[in-house]
Design a protein around this ligand. Structure first.
Ligand code: FES
Length: 151
């Protein structure tokens, strides 16, 4: 998606957010996760719980559940699709890239469909919605049980 213009990103952002918010992929509680963490957006109080199953240093499965706005659910859904099958180190790199990009600290192109998430930068008050699941994922990977906030 490198070279996508601003209007292209806006359009992709709208259609992907709608699609993933209407039918979030990997939504639901995992039976036997190896790691899990809650993410809380202090601005609205919404909370997502992220579950992962790590096998041999690979993220074999990801799921999430909880309550959040369309942007938070869509971002969690896209995150799950992206992260399943990645090594733990690659997942951590993606988390850092997405966090820095959505907060405006990095101008780097995000991989695949994730580039569309940059559309949220036009609505600064919603950036924490988009990063909520990613913060929870980071907490899940780095600790067995944790609560992450988007602060
Ligand atoms: Fe609560 Fe977006 S408004 S997560």
């Amino acid at each position: 998606m490198s070279g996508a213009g601003d209007s292209e990103i806006r359009e992709l952002y709208r259609s992907l957010i709608l699609d993933h918010a209407r039918s979030p992929r990997h939504f639901g509680r995992m039976e036997e996760p190896t790691h899990t963490a809650d993410g809380i957006n202090p601005l609205c109080g919404d909370k997502l719980e992220v579950f992962i199953s790590v096998q041999d240093d690979t993220i074999a499965d990801v799921s999430f559940e909880g309550k959040g706005c369309a942007i938070s659910l869509a971002s969690a859904s896209m995150m799950s699709e992206r992260i399943i099958g990645q090594s733990v180190n690659d997942a951590i790199s993606d988390i850092e890239l997405v966090s820095q990009s959505l907060s405006g600290e990095s101008a780097e192109t995000l991989p695949g469909k994730l580039e569309a998430l940059k559309g949220v930068r036009e609505y600064p008050s919603r950036v924490k919605c988009a990063t909520l699941a990613w913060h929870a994922l980071r907490a899940a990977i780095t600790k067995d049980r944790a609560v992450a906030t988007t602060e």
